[in-house]
Design a protein around this ligand. Structure first.
Ligand code: CO8
Length: 258
């Protein structure tokens, strides 16, 4: 029996799949679901046999936001003392590459959860939005920051101030999602992309992820210096030797993940 009640987990080869599974609430992110997603992602992150993690929802909703019914009666002291939603930071700290496969609604915390992942593949049915303003709150899981970095001030400001949703094509044009796919192909394609990442060197993929993420944290000069030092350190891996040897021998590399 699964140890989780609000998510489903499975592995296919070196790819782990986490499926949000509160269909009656359109996968609204309650505390239990947050604990379970974070616990599952951290467990997969510790598993050296896993090289990529896909997070998905249902055809109708990736997630329609934080659970409003759970939040409704909370006081300022409840959310402040519990540091409500801080646990999601542990998902952002996962070092294994993560992909959000988004169909249907990705609203509020759902959009924010997708943006915590390394990149988003969207079905043509996907809708992204930060509608918190209509509830008398603001984004609380990084939306005002990650959306602004992804799509720029104009669209982020409009979305956070009006709650306007973006469809998949607009999200792709704006740089929020890497690609739009027919809904029927979304999960297969996400698993294929994840498998292609997972067959690469895991430590080098972790280094690439850390280097890209550094772009959001530092100046260009420092970021380029950081990248160069990390690039140098790839030469300490067996996988660099294998990758370059395989190229010169005109064969497919077989990475040992070390
Ligand atoms: N929370 C709880 N339940 C939800 C949520 C949600 N976010 N979204 C949908 N549901 C439930 C509905 O209540 C309904 O349940 P029931 O049948 O028991 O009434 C069921 O899911 C199906 O939903 P609808 O009947 O509404 O389905 P529709 O197809 O008519 O509408 C929508 C779909 C448009 C997605 C609609 O459900 C909706 O607008 N949902 C809310 C979207 C939203 O506002 N999300 C943002 C939430 S706030 C947030 O994510 C961040 C808060 C940050 C706070 C920071 C504090 C520190």
């Amino acid at each position: 029996m699964s140890e989780y009640e609000t998510i489903l987990t499975e592995t296919r080869g070196r790819v782990a799949l986490i499926t949000l599974n509160r269909p009656k609430a359109l996968n609204a992110l309650n505390s239990q679901l947050m604990h379970e997603v974070v616990a599952a992602a951290r467990a997969f992150d510790r598993d050296r046999g896993i090289g990529a993690i896909v997070i998905t929802g249902s055809d109708r909703a990736f997630a329609a936001g934080a659970d409003i019914k759970e939040m409704q009666s909370k006081s300022y002291m409840d959310v402040y003392l519990d540091d409500f939603f801080a646990e999601w930071d542990a998902l952002a700290a996962v070092r294994t590459p993560t992909i959000a496969a988004v169909a249907g609604y990705a609203l509020g915390g759902g959009c924010e959860l997708a943006m915590i992942c390394d990149f988003i593949l969207a079905a043509d049915t996907a809708q992204f939005g930060q509608p918190e303003i209509a509830l008398g709150v603001i984004p609380g899981i990084g939306g005002s920051q990650r959306l602004t970095r992804a799509v720029g001030k104009a669209k982020a400001m409009e979305m956070c101030l009006t709650g306007r949703k973006m469809d998949a094509n607009e999200a792709e044009r704006a740089g929020l999602v890497s690609r739009v796919l027919p809904a029927a192909d979304l999960l297969d394609e996400a698993m294929t992309v994840a498998a292609s990442i997972a067959e690469k060197s895991l430590p080098v993929a972790m280094m690439a992820k850390e280097a890209v993420n550094r772009a959001f944290e530092t100046t260009l000069t420092e970021g380029v210096r950081f990248e160069r030092r990390v690039f140098h350190s790839t030469f300490a891996t067996a996988d660099q030797t294998e990758g370059m040897t395989a190229f010169t021998e005109k064969r497919t590399p077989v990475f040992e993940n070390r």
